[in-house]
Design a protein around this ligand. Structure first.
Ligand SMILES: [Fe+2]
Length: 387
């Protein structure tokens, strides 16, 4: 038997239409006085942080905005946000946006109480002190970051995506309101939706999967199977958006307490080197990595194929695995996930980066959780297969 397992999820979760409007009342109930809103330039322009500022004003709370989070959050974003936090004497962070804003918010919340540097906290359980209270409001479905004790922040000096896992990164409260996702454009819906599916799959096949996380992972996969294509085709469909938002949160709860595996291990270097958004860099890799991995856990992958409705009881495990791999490629084709070749990466550039990417992938530790643990050469082949 292995040792005990630590499970972390936020202690306060609001979910469903209207959850957004619970954040400020909850801030009051929590005794907060002066919050820093962390968001990105697009949402600032759309006025979403301003809505929260107005709600804060009506509730007699001070609020300030840092709206500079980039598509993939960086150590510079954290430093800039922290400067706004400190110069205004804030006592909490409300992150509103996609995974980038929530991940940056996590970094700011812990750097407000720890001495740093941030890069010293990369890895597992290395942050000495709890951060300030952190509320997370996701606007994509999604990374599941609102539910996780994980953040991924780019070290702009070394050009590496630093993965940090620590209970101190866990949001205090999450407000999961699918109505915020109704205006997501189809390509973003596809990228983050397949990322969500990847969370469910990897959490379930991981060597760290367990009794507490399996039901969360399977519920995530089931919801994606039923709702992703419809959310992509009909952005305003409430049932589909609700299903995908719940899938994203369940996937986050699953993978943060089990782990991600080879897809995420390989996607971080790809994102760091070629600046692909997180969802896209996972989506393009999922079919090839699954094809590589199924033989080492056929029964587990077969369960996933059946959960997605792509295989039935009449198929044995090996047949179900084949159907899963085919189904994942077809899903990518249906929701128009491009191949790596169509992501603006030349074959020459990809080949030139293979050594560094394979090394960084293995260093992250995620590939070692995969059912089939690859060598550096196998990782390089998989990048080329996805091209
Ligand atoms: Fe992900």
């Amino acid at each position: 038997m292995s040792g005990p397992v630590q499970i972390n999820i936020p202690s306060i979760i609001f979910t469903g239409a209207g959850a957004f409007d619970e954040a400020v009342p909850q801030a009051r109930r929590s005794g907060l006085k002066n919050v820093l809103l962390v968001s990105d330039p697009y949402l600032v322009e759309q006025g979403l942080p301003a809505r929260i500022v107005e709600q804060c004003r009506q509730a007699d709370l001070d609020a300030h905005v840092y709206g500079g989070v980039t598509t993939e959050p960086t150590d510079v974003n954290v430093e800039e946000g922290l400067a706004v936090f400190r110069s205004n004497g804030c006592d909490a962070v409300i992150a509103v946006g996609g995974g980038s804003s929530i991940d940056a918010g996590k970094g700011i919340a812990v750097m407000a109480t720890n001495d740093g540097p941030l890069s010293g906290y990369a890895g597992y359980h290395r942050i000495p002190r709890p951060g300030v209270p952190l509320f997370a409001i996701p606007t994509t479905a999604g990374t599941g970051s609102e539910m996780t004790r994980v953040t991924v922040i780019t070290d702009t000096i070394r050009n590496v995506k630093m993965m940090m896992l620590d209970a101190h990164l866990l949001p205090t409260a999450a407000f999961v309101d699918y109505t915020l996702t109704l205006s997501m454009p189809p390509p973003l819906t596809a990228n983050v939706g397949v990322d969500t599916l990847t969370h469910g799959i990897e959490a379930f096949v991981s060597r760290k999967a367990g009794t507490m996380t399996d039901p969360l992972a399977l519920a995530c996969v089931d919801l994606v199977g039923r709702h992703l294509e419809r959310a992509w085709r009909q952005p305003g469909d409430h049932a589909a958006r609700k299903g995908m938002m719940e899938a994203a949160s369940l996937g986050g709860m699953a993978f943060a307490n089990s782990s991600v595996c080879l897809v995420h291990g390989m996607s971080r270097p790809l994102g760091a080197v070629f600046h692909l958004p997180h969802g896209l860099s996972n989506s393009v890799l999922l079919p090839a990595v699954t094809r590589f991995s199924v033989s080492s856990a056929p029964e587990r992958y077969a369960i996933l194929a059946r959960k997605l409705g792509w295989a039935g009881e009449e198929h044995n495990a090996s047949e179900a695995c084949d159907l899963l791999v085919d189904g994942l490629q077809k899903l990518n084709d249906t929701v128009e996930i491009p191949g790596l070749r169509d992501c603006g990466i030349s074959e020459e550039a990809l080949t030139g980066a293979l050594d560094k990417m394979a090394e960084d992938a293995l260093l992250s530790g995620s590939p070692q959780n995969n059912p089939r643990v690859p060598t550096a050469n196998e990782i390089k082949s998989l990048y080329m297969e996805a091209y």
